[in-house]
Design a protein around this ligand. Structure first.
Ligand SMILES: Cc1ncc(C[n+]2csc(CCOP(=O)(O)OP(=O)(O)O)c2C)c(N)n1
Ligand SMILES: [Mg+2]
Length: 318
């Protein structure tokens, strides 16, 4: 990968990190209602994978921990923050909130609150691509808690028999709401989970944005030719609780510190500094720009209008 591309990955991860810190602060100030699941620690997964797509023709579908995926798809920090604030200028017109970020134009098809329920939706997008004879690929992200849902297994079977261009990505951050995945899974190596459907799987180091990017880039180009689903377990870790109301007492401080030492932003920053593609000052400037963009997104959200009452009856699917 070229140095310029590596810097782009670093910048995107930093933007997500600073955005999430700001969102946490705004949640504490009660500017954000409802649920709010932060992505801090997992940035390399969304950034590495989504940067391997061509969003003119490819699609992203994800679960409720979706701020990082939305930003990685190119939804602006303004539109995401305004959505968290429930404002009319939000990417879902302020009617979706944190778990339902969406932008059809940017091919980011949500943001879904029900564990595992979006896996068949992503499979359906794959079917649509196949039926229209298009060239796109769907990235479907879900958690280690979702992999035991029937929807995952039914989807993989259909994707295989119909030859659908879907890459299923389990972001294994080691926990469901508070349960260690090893306590609730018959296997601890999820990469074997596609085997009974004839779908190849692989474990990927999710703290390394470049490794994630290279893996998904190769997968995308193979799917464009071969039209068959693939499955990856990307090992990652969330630094914060499951949602804002979780003090995360089910894990040790030592475990958390161990993962922070492999922080995806730190790793890539050090790599770029080591080979002299980035200076400490250059990094600080990049960080400053990301912080300013997130500060500006708060101002934008604060100043934006709330949806009007007439909005109660628009965009209703019935
Ligand atoms: C069908 C369903 N059951 C239960 C819940 C409540 N719930 C919300 S998140 C969650 C844990 C999911 O964990 P995982 O898939 O690992 O995702 P992560 O939060 O780690 O990103 C549960 C049980 C839900 N939203 N939907
Ligand atoms: Mg999880």
């Amino acid at each position: 990968m070229e140095k310029k591309e590596m810097k782009t990955l670093l910048r995107k991860m930093l933007l997500i990190r600073r955005f999430e810190e700001k969102a946490a602060q705004m949640y504490g100030l009660r500017k954000i209602g409802g649920f709010c699941h932060l992505y801090i620690g997992q940035e390399a997964v969304a950034v590495g994978a989504i940067s391997a797509l061509d969003l003119e023709k490819d699609y992203v579908v994800t679960a409720y921990r979706d701020h990082g995926h939305a930003l990685a798809c190119g939804i602006s920090p303004d539109a995401v923050m305004a959505e968290l604030f429930g404002k009319r200028t939000g990417c879902s017109k302020g009617k979706g909130g944190s778990m339902h970020l969406f932008d059809a134009g940017l091919h980011m098809l949500g943001g879904n609150g029900i564990v595992g329920a979006h896996i068949p939706v992503a499979t359906g997008v794959g079917l649509s691509i196949r039926n229209k004879n298009e060239d796109g690929v769907v990235l479907c992200f879900f958690g280690d808690g979702a992999i035991h849902q029937g929807s995952f297994h039914e989807s993989l079977n259909m994707a295989k028999i119909w030859g659908l261009p879907v890459i299923y990505i389990c972001e294994n951050n080691q926990y469901g709401m508070g349960t260690d995945f090893k306590r609730v899974s018959s296997v601890t190596d999820f990469s074997v989970m596609g085997a009974s459907y004839g779908i190849a799987g692989k474990q990927v180091k999710g703290m390394d944005a470049i490794e994630v990017h290279e893996t998904i880039r190769k997968a995308v180009s193979s799917i464009r030719k071969e039209k068959k689903p693939l499955f990856f377990e990307i090992k990652t870790y969330r630094y914060k609780g499951h949602s804002m109301s979780d003090p995360a007492k089910y894990r040790t401080k030592e475990e958390l510190e161990e993962y922070k030492r492999q922080d995806p932003i730190l790793l890539l920053k050090e790599r770029l500094i080591e080979d002299k593609s980035l200076s400490e000052e250059g990094y600080k400037a990049m960080d400053g720009e990301c912080k300013s963009a997130c500060d500006a997104s708060v101002k934008f959200a604060e100043e934006s209008p709330k949806p009007g009452f007439n909005e109660l009856y628009t965009d209703i699917y019935a």
